[in-house]
Design a protein around this ligand. Structure first.
Ligand SMILES: CC(C)(COP(=O)(O)OP(=O)(O)OC[C@H]1O[C@@H](n2cnc3c(N)ncnc32)[C@H](O)[C@@H]1OP(=O)(O)O)[C@@H](O)C(=O)NCCC(=O)NCCS
Length: 188
């Protein structure tokens, strides 16, 4: 059992293990899941991304984590935090910490992303004391920005930017942010 980082009522968020590659590829590299994320990716690209994902916790001290359902140990996807590395992101955003999520399509609409993300935000603010957590999406990705709004994140339209890696319909990148003080105010 890989190291568990966070537990919620229904989910375990844990570090990656080699065996996750197959379900990660099968469930997340699909037309549905990658609809707003550049489409289905070549195997080689996915293998490189997974290798980076597996190392990330050791390299940075935090990372996107594997999301597993407690009930049946099913692999649901990924949720976590990382630094924004996008070259086209503006100053004030590039290098900052972002939260993100990708879940397999057959478990959407049951509150899993929101549940996992709440636990990740608690980790980001309580364990790592980051001053602000950002999130990025696009107007068309309603499910994703609805999660951001449910988490209490605020739109930062001043940080929106065009990302040439995405097609016109998925531009510009829309930015949300949650300062630690705002998160703390919501915990009482
Ligand atoms: C974005 C994504 C992670 C959302 O996952 P999800 O688990 O379906 O999200 P949630 O269930 O928390 O919220 C989605 C809906 O389910 C509803 N919901 C919440 N709890 C629920 C429950 N217990 N039972 C049923 N529905 C529930 C929510 O109200 C929400 O609906 P609304 O937006 O109309 O209010 C998922 O769509 C995904 O993986 N997309 C592809 C990858 C992607 O684009 N990632 C984001 C990149 S920016």
């Amino acid at each position: 059992m890989a190291e568990v980082i966070v537990e919620t009522a229904r989910l375990v968020l844990r570090r990656w293990r080699d065996h996750d590659f197959a379900p990660w590829l099968e469930h997340l590299n699909t037309p549905q899941v990658k609809a707003f994320l550049g489409g289905v990716q070549p195997l080689e690209t996915m293998a490189e991304r997974f290798a980076k994902l597996e190392r990330a916790w050791d390299v940075a001290g935090y990372s996107f984590l594997a999301v597993e359902r407690c009930e049946d140990r099913a692999f649901l996807g990924a949720c976590g935090i990382g630094r924004i590395e996008t070259a086209s992101a503006p100053d004030g955003l590039r290098g900052e910490v972002e939260i993100g999520w990708q879940l397999r399509a057959d478990c959407w609409g049951q509150g899993y992303a929101t549940e996992a993300a709440r636990a990740v935000l608690a980790m980001a603010f309580e364990r790592f004391a980051f001053p602000t957590v950002f999130a990025q999406t696009s107007e068309n990705n309603r499910a994703s920005w609805r999660v951001m709004e449910r988490l209490g994140m605020a739109r930062r339209a001043d940080l929106d930017y065009p990302d040439p890696d995405y097609p016109p319909q998925d531009n510009p990148t829309m930015v949300y942010a949650l300062p630690r003080a705002d998160w703390e105010a919501r915990q009482t």
